[in-house]
Design a protein around this ligand. Sequence first.
Ligand code: PHE
Length: 361
Amino acid sequence: MTATTDLETLERDLLARVAAANDEAALEALRVEALGKQGSISALMKNLGSMSPEERKEFGPKLNGLKDRVTEAIVVKKAALAEAALDAQLKAEAVDVTLPPVKPRLGTIHPVSQVMEELAQIFGEMGFSVEEGPDIESDFNNFTALNFPPKHPARETHDTFFMDAKDERGERKVLRTHTSPVQVRTMLKQKPPIRMICMGRTFRKDSDATHTPMFHQIEGLVIDETSTMADLKSVLIAAIKAYFEVDDVKLRFRPHHFPFTEPSAEVDVGCDRSGGQIKIGAGDDWLEILGSGMVHPNVLANCGIDPEKYQGYAFGMGIDRLAMLKYGMNDLRAFFDADTRWLKHYGFSPYLLPGLAQGLG
Ligand code: PHE
């Protein structure tokens, strides 16, 4: 039957053209041509009306089938073209991720911070807590409570920066000249037993290759009913060995005077200077590294602790000095120049925190 053959030809032709349409405009033109008001399929639909009932019965379903399949093919093709267009657009607009990235600049840990971390580890292992105090102190905490008599020349040896501001006693405030006022603060707020260290900034009018107006100290204080100079010595030996990572060190206690300790001793550590560099834990030379002694009964009394019942020891060391000795810097001023080249050379990885188990430095 010709009408049916024509329908099959028309369908094949339309489907082939749908498949071949390569953009949405061409597909739309094809849709109008076939299914629009004047379209070829619409024209055939209109023809149905003039057919005999038998013809219509046979031809109608075939024509409807053709219309459905062509419509469906156009819908499917349209979706495929839209997807392809989107793909092409995404490809065209893609960011070139192969550009070289800007390298982040990784900072380093300053040797002073590193050494403080190491010392906190070492003394932490020995049961010391870490206390803190402010850089600006009262005259009482920095001097008077520590048994410096008023107007006494010992105050002068500290080259103190006095401030115009007054404290609650009407005395000039000071930039603390040592970390010892943190002993006072701790004893005033805490009952014995006390076993603490404190680390931080200290200030004195002084400036050359081994002195800067701002420097760092570590302070240690132990107060209980039994601690003696022998305990002081054993703690210091253990700490110095751990810090310098040497198996053997010699310490020499030299009599000295501090207003806040009695007896007082300066402590020298055995070293070797023959190689141009100071080597701790070898040789026959001595290097002074800290001040120490048994806390003076007047200091205990000034801080509300009964000197008849309690006793203990204290020690103080320069942290910057410890860093220079361990890590081989020879000019202290460079510590505070904030020169990133120096920091890159002497600084420590921020990813490696010191710990006794893996070695400190
Ligand atoms: N505070 C002393 C100083 O800076 C050091 C020290 C501390 C001495 C504790 C003895 C006991 O010189």
